[in-house]
Ligand binder design. Structure first.
Ligand code: PLP
Length: 410
């Protein structure tokens, strides 16, 4: 299984981003890791090879990315998958029929769909709880609980889970803590340092950062968990292709630079939105009015570029979404270009309407993935897209957004 180079764990984040996991290629000294486009490797004799036999098991380009992301998450073992969902599906193969998982009630729609529409059929059971309240996690644990799975901050409501508290509760119950770190990226949050057992990403988002591939990755410290993941990786086969691994590796080289700019742009845009629609309608973890801002400051080192805004009705959401020119109306997030979407009808359409309503994921909610363009242009774009919605009362659709900690699970 792929293990970080220990010497890569001594440098700062930016140095790791650029160099970790990569060594000059031995044939010509190419400074960039080659894309090893091969399915198999010639063997010198029976049982004799250079450590590579068949590319589902190992590929040098993939290994470089796996070592790189393992180092960025301050972990030991990395695994690159064909997508974020392929990654999560493989992680879930650590469990077996009868096992119980405690899962955050607001997770990416595809995560809920995987659990609810597929994995339930294989005998796994799930409890969906508001993981902002650690007591809710503790109350949901049963003797069969094998994992607590949280996304923090959540997509799209920007709710935050106390990772250290969740790890403590999971471990006391003999379960693993699994964290989806896609929104924060390791630049702003490193769950393994806070006690998580497995951290995973949709590499498609901030890690790659250029919206030109689909991928997933998982990182852990424990050799035993890594051994099991390695077995699943090869046996189930949802591995990243070499070119996608190479794109992700090129992406992480600028992760620290991009995240700083996403963060700066996110703060400016959130400030503008607060003036426009009121702080109670802007979901951004960098706002001092965010109900969990203190926790955010404790466990993260920045806020990033993800913002959700409650506009009250689907029509008002459409007004903005259909007028933007620099932002693009599209699913996904985390790329250098700014995107805007309506989660209820797009990324979270697979979550049943009553469940969406119960957590406050309304038809009037829009989500902005603030890119790294000139912030003046982004603000001007929003200004013209919001024109006609009215100032201050822009969110006057009659939807009451419920954002109190401890909302009941449906
Ligand atoms: C938070 C989060 N986790 C996981 C995924 C799934 O990743 P992928 O689309 O790469 O399969 C997504 C996709 O949007 C996501 O937003």
């Amino acid at each position: 299984m792929t293990r970080v180079f220990d010497e890569d764990l001594t440098s700062g984040f930016g140095t790791r981003a650029i160099h970790a996991g990569q060594r000059p290629e031995p044939l010509a000294g190419a400074i960039m890791t080659p894309v090893y486009l091969t399915s198999t490797y010639v063997q010198e004799g029976l049982g004799q090879n250079k450590g590579y036999e068949y590319a589902r098991g190992k590929n040098p380009t993939r290994e470089a990315f796996e070592r790189n992301i393992a180092s960025l998450e301050n972990g030991r073992h990395g695994f690159a998958f064909s997508s974020g969902m392929g990654c999560l599906d493989s992680i879930m193969k650590l469990f077996r029929s009868g096992d119980h998982i405690v899962c955050g009630e607001n997770v990416y729609g595809g995560t809920f769909r995987l659990f609810d529409k597929l994995l339930q059929n294989y005998g796994l059971t799930f409890a969906y709880v508001d993981t902002r309240d650690p007591q809710r996690i503790a109350d949901a644990m049963t003797p069969a609980t094998r994992a607590v799975l949280v996304e923090t901050p959540t997509n799209p409501l920007m709710r935050v889970t106390d990772i250290a508290a969740a790890a403590d509760i999971a471990h006391r119950g003999g379960a693993l803590l699994i964290v989806d770190n896609t929104f924060a990226s390791p630049f702003f949050q490193r769950p393994l340092e806070l006690g998580a057992d497995i951290v995973y990403h949709s590499t498609t988002k901030y890690l790659n950062g250029h919206s030109d591939m689909i991928g997933g990755c998982a990182v852990c410290i424990d050799d035993g968990i890594a051994g099991q993941l390695q077995f699943i990786h090869n046996a189930a086969g949802a591995v990243a292709g070499p070119f996608d691994a190479w794109l992700a590796l090129r992406g992480t080289k600028t992760l620290h630079l991009r995240m700083r700019q996403h963060d700066l742009n996110g703060r400016e845009i959130a400030k503008w939105l607060v003036e426009r629609v009121g702080h109670e309608n802007v979901f951004y973890i960098g706002l001092p009015t965010h109900p969990q801002h203190d926790l955010v400051r404790r466990q993260m080192s920045g806020f990033g570029g993800m913002i959700s805004v409650e506009l009250g009705t689907r029509e008002r959401a459409a007004h903005v979404l259909e007028r933007v020119r620099v932002f693009s109306l599209a699913e996904s997030l985390g790329g250098v270009e700014s995107l805007i979407s309506q989660p209820a009808g797009m990324t979270h359409a697979s979550v049943p309407p009553e469940r969406r309503a119960a957590i406050g994921l309304t038809e009037g909610l829009i989500r902005l993935s603030c890119g790294v363009e000139d912030v003046g242009d982004l603000l001007a774009d929003l200004e013209q897209a919001f024109a006609g919605l009215g100032k201050r009362d822009a969110a006057n659709g009659k939807v009451k957004v419920r954002d109190t900690i401890g909302s009941a699970s449906p």
